[in-house]
Design a binder for this molecule. Structure first.
Ligand code: SAH
Length: 395
């Protein structure tokens, strides 16, 4: 089978800088590289050696990116179409083994978590939405698209490479149909609940699949309770709660998100007149909350998108958590989330500690679930563990 490698170029590390590679970390930053020998194009697959010319691994090289090489393998194996076919098949088998019943939307490929650095693919029923985050997967786009169609037998693939992070890889943003005529929206089933997903313009690829298991937890805990879903997007947590008989309030700054949330209530035959839908800034609204809630979900967007923003972002997390902890009913629950990869579990816990202390209430951590099973974390790549959540009981 034809090789996909550039055998004319190779990367040589500085002495002693191969340690993280030996620990199977998939990213090589420019600072550790002594030289790149030979010519290459952005995204080419090249071999990497230590300073004594011992083989370390193979991966995508990109001069434009801080992450100079994204390693695909630590073995001296041929990278051919079959290599990618096997990676995709393994990832898909993992989902098939663990997918809950009555669910047809899930993350099919989770970048470094599935050994395919830079590629994310979400499945929405008969459709796939793909994001190509690195020059390497960009160069292999047509092969990956063909393999995905062949293996999943879906009707079409939409590319949503509209992330700003593409610029850091020297790539333009790109939205296009790669295969088949993908409709602008699709209806999906998640744990037997129906959701309308805006494939073309929705946030992320249309739905926050990483919260599936947490939505179920909140649904189960909100029967007969007053549920406030802050940063609700298309109403996921609210629909789960309402289905169990909770009275819900969905709050999001985006009017489009609130419209989608109402549609999702209707889709599940949940009467919207029993539930509140508010388009407002959560920071302001929480300060003057008109009523008390038994369960509050805080699932804000990432407040920290770069290392330099950690302090400012931490203040944002503390503010909303202080307000929610102060306001929730005695014996009530707060599910608090951070999807910033720069906020570690430890730091997030410290932030909640300060928020609890300032609110002056008794707070217990009763669970700490993270991202759902279809967003696996490569143990050698801690950056992949981005979603941290604490379920708190407050007295
Ligand atoms: N919990 C959702 C996903 C939330 S995504 C789910 O399960 O699907 C974060 C949401 O926060 C986005 O919909 C965004 O519009 C909203 N948002 C961002 N800043 C906000 C603010 N200051 N106040 C209220 N909502 C905000």
């Amino acid at each position: 089978m034809a090789t996909l490698e550039n055998k004319n170029a190779k990367v040589v590390m500085k002495p002693g800088r191969e340690k993280s590679i030996r620990n199977r970390h998939p990213w090589i930053f420019s600072g550790g590289i002594r030289e790149v020998q030979g010519d290459y194009q952005p995204g080419d697959i090249v071999s990497v050696f230590d300073a004594k010319q011992r083989f370390l691994g193979k991966g995508f090289i990109n001069r434009a990116s801080q992450i100079r090489v994204r390693l695909l393998t630590f073995q001296d194996e041929d990278i051919t179409a079959d290599f990618f076919r096997t990676r995709l098949q393994q990832a898909i088998a993992h989902r098939q083994a663990l997918l809950p019943p009555d669910t047809n939307a899930y993350r099919l490929i989770h970048s470094d978590g599935d050994g395919l650095s830079g590629l994310t693919v979400d499945r929405y029923g008969e459709w796939l939405v793909a994001q190509f985050h690195s020059a390497g997967v960009e160069q292999q786009k047509s092969l990956l698209t063909d393999l995905l169609s062949e293996i999943t037998k879906t009707k079409g693939i939409l590319e949503r490479s509209d992330m700003k992070s593409r610029r850091a890889e020297g790539l333009e943003t790109d939205n296009q149909s790669l295969n088949g005529a993908v409709p602008p929206a699709a209806e999906i089933l998640e744990n037997n609940l129906r959701f309308q997903v805006d494939l073309e313009k929705g946030q992320k690829t249309g739905f926050f699949l990483d919260q599936r298991e947490n939505r179920q937890i909140i649904g189960n805990l909100s029967a007969g309770k007053r549920l406030l879903n802050c940063f609700s997007y298309s109403g996921g947590f609210s629909v789960y709660g309402a289905q169990q008989g909770a009275q819900t309030t969905s709050l999001d700054i985006s009017k489009e998100a609130i419209t989608l949330a109402k549609e999702n209530f209707a889709l599940n035959n949940l009467p919207t007149d029993n539930h509140q839908f508010i388009s407002a800034n959560a920071f302001e609204w929480l300060r003057e909350m008109p009523e008390t809630y038994d369960v509050i979900v805080l699932d804000p967007p990432a407040f920290v998108k770069a290392k330099q923003q950690v302090n400012k972002g931490a203040r944002g997390y503390k503010d909303i958590n202080r307000l929610a902890i102060a306001q929730v009913a005695s014996g009530g629950l707060v599910l608090t989330c951070s999807c910033s990869s720069y906020i570690s579990w430890d730091l997030f816990r410290k932030i909640i500690f300060s928020a609890a202390q300032e609110a002056g209430r008794t707070v217990q951590i009763i669970a700490r679930p993270g991202q759902s099973f279809d967003h696996p974390i490569n143990i050698y790549h801690p950056e992949g563990e981005y979603l941290k959540t604490f379920l708190l009981r407050v007295w």
